[in-house]
Design a protein around this ligand. Sequence first.
Ligand SMILES: [Ca+2]
Length: 125
Amino acid sequence: MKWNNLQAGLNYYVVVRHRNHVAVLSSAPIAASSAMVYDFSSNVNQAYGVSQQKLLSNGNAAMKAGDITKDHIIQNTDNDAWKLAPAILNQYHPNDLNLDGVVQATDYDLWFLNKAFNGHPASQP
Ligand SMILES: [Ca+2]
């Protein structure tokens, strides 16, 4: 990724937004330089706020899947949206929570694991 309007020496928070995952904000600002690196996956505490990322079985931290309606909350309305189109093949679709190109029950399973979750307000636009 490339940013063109940063000022060297100033500190910036990094936000990652996704079509059906809750956005994350870096837990601390990083100084602008020609080679900025920020790894959200290295630790769940890399995201600003409490429990904003999920710890995967491989030890990596990940964004929480399930925000189909894009309101930064994973709740029943996301499940309602999933129920409207629960089976789709080979499409880029917001109901495809595990990003495998297929909308199926495993996407519901991700929503179920992450439901009842509020994204941190600081990560929202
Ligand atoms: Ca899927």
